[in-house]
Write a protein that binds this ligand. Structure first.
Ligand code: FAD
Length: 436
């Protein structure tokens, strides 16, 4: 049976309510106080804070404004994002590991206040969130992580629940337990970015889409930003290009492994199924190549995400893979067709942690490992506060203490590393799940 709807589209479902735009200007002025490169949540947050701090700001993007991962994602707003707490502490020690995890809580709290501050409604609502354990071993890790976080008082409030409780609460079977994430919200990412774009435009930020930055040179105490529409002088530059960083920005390109994540939207689902499995609830599984399902903000259809098919650019092939993942998680969804499938590019650092800082006088924030809505909004604001000379409490985080290591070898190999990493994860998942 075909799983692709006859009106299938390869563009994000979110863009129907909030399409990306071309910006506010066709040509930039020749000089600004600050140029922000990349118009996702990181760049918009940085540009908005800088403009509110009295700086003349240009926001520039190679594509349309907001057309990167920030309007292509699942819209989950979760105080979470790092590798397992156990692993984090093994790598960085208990004190720094806990401090780094607390950044996720600060970032979550920061995002929650943004729509109210700027007066827009991105359909931000609470959702129960369950990370379903695919194996008994995954569940043991979940229990250990939650215990460590509680012991450190990190404030993430992750609660392990056993198999019977998972069935009772969610109706899904076939899992060995779950982490229940209490502080979990979700929004419409298109409306969220649209709200930030309007706030930034209102604060006076000039925005130019479809204008790639080709390189950055230094001249005395200024930067010369070379773009497809001419050279621009700026005292400060912010790189907010995350997984899309190209060779114009070698510092980030050498440190970020890009990876595609895929998302599909279904046709409207029968109300009784929506009510039974997804009333105010999001599900994800514990595979390394995670699969997840959330209801659309209007509660009529589902968004289904994951790594998609292994290779190629055919969206229908990737949609078919996501369909299989969806039915594996909730078999009752068999027969529900997919109307959209698209991908976005995310960025990983070698240590899987987000990073912010300054390199050769250029500021950056990136590498959110697939959970950048909170981190991008929060760290973009911190980077801007640093440029504005604000106190440490507003401009630094525990992430400053982490080295942002260069990935060995030439950066054109990074997509190859990404591919190998995904294949390796798939192999480990296959090994873990073979006796499920
Ligand atoms: C399918 C999917 C699901 C996800 N789900 C979630 C989720 O539920 N919750 C969550 O928190 N996160 C999620 N993420 C991750 C999140 O979307 C990203 O981490 C976040 O959007 C990164 O924001 P950003 O502003 O740093 O980068 P982006 O939004 O990716 O923007 C970077 C921009 O830089 C531009 N650029 C690159 N090079 C240049 C250049 N040389 N000149 C000019 N412009 C340039 C690009 O065109 C791009 O628009 C998901 C991502 C994907 C793809």
């Amino acid at each position: 049976m075909g799983v692709i709807s006859s009106d299938f589209k390869a563009t994000p479902y979110w863009w129907e309510a909030a399409p990306p735009t071309d910006g506010t200007r066709d040509t930039p002025d020749r000089s600004y106080d600050a140029v922000v490169i990349g118009s996702g949540v990181t760049g918009l947050s940085a540009a908005l804070t800088l403009a509110e701090g009295g700086r003349r700001v240009l926001l520039v993007d190679a594509g349309q404004i907001g057309s990167g991962a920030s309007t292509r994602n699942n819209g989950s707003v979760v105080p979470f994002g790092f590798v397992h707490q156990e692993l984090l502490e093994k790598r960085h020690g208990a004190e720094l590991g806990a401090a780094v995890a607390r950044v996720a809580v600060d970032a979550f709290d920061h995002l929650l206040a943004v729509p109210g501050r700027y007066g827009f409604d991105p359909m931000l609502r609470p959702y129960e969130r369950y990370f379903l354990a695919c194996t008994p071993e995954h569940y043991r890790h979940q229990v250990a992580d939650a215990a460590l976080q509680a012991e450190r008082g990190i404030g993430l409030n992750w609660k392990p629940i056993d198999r019977a409780e998972v069935v009772r609460r969610t109706g899904v079977r076939n899992y060995h337990g779950a982490l229940y994430i209490e502080n979990s919200m979700a929004l419409h990412p298109g409306l969220y970015v649209q709200g930030l774009v309007r706030a930034a435009a209102g604060a006076g930020v000039d925005m130019i889409g479809n204008c790639r930055v080709l390189g950055i040179d230094r001249s005395m105490d200024q930067h010369i930003v070379r773009t497809e529409r001419g050279e621009i002088k700026a005292r400060n530059v912010v790189m907010a290009t995350n997984g899309y960083s190209d060779r114009a920005l070698p510092y980030l390109k050498q440190r970020i492994v890009p990876a595609r994540l895929y998302l599909s939207a279904t046709e409207p689902v029968q109300p009784d199924l929506m009510q039974r499995f997804f009333a105010g609830r999001q599900l994800a599984d514990s595979k390394r190549s995670m699969s997840w399902i959330r209801p659309s903000p209007d509660g009529t259809r589902l968004l289904v995400g994951g790594r998609g098919g292994m290779r190629g650019n055919d969206p229908e092939v990737h949609a078919a893979t996501l369909y299989r993942d969806m039915v594996q998680m909730v078999p009752e969804l068999e027969g529900v067709k997919l109307t959209h499938c698209w991908y976005g590019v995310i960025g990983f650092a070698m240590d899987f942690n987000p990073h912010m800082g300054e390199a050769d006088g250029i500021h950056y924030s990136a590498a959110y490992a697939g959970v950048g809505l909170c981190f991008g909004t929060y760290l973009g604001n911190r980077v801007a506060n640093r440029i504005l000379g604000r106190p440490a409490a507003e401009s630094t985080t525990a992430l400053d203490r982490l080295p942002f290591r260069r990935i060995p070898g030439p950066s054109f190999m990074n997509p190859v590393y990404s591919r190998l990493g995904i294949e390796w994860h798939n192999l480990l998942d296959w090994w873990d799940l073979r006796k499920r």
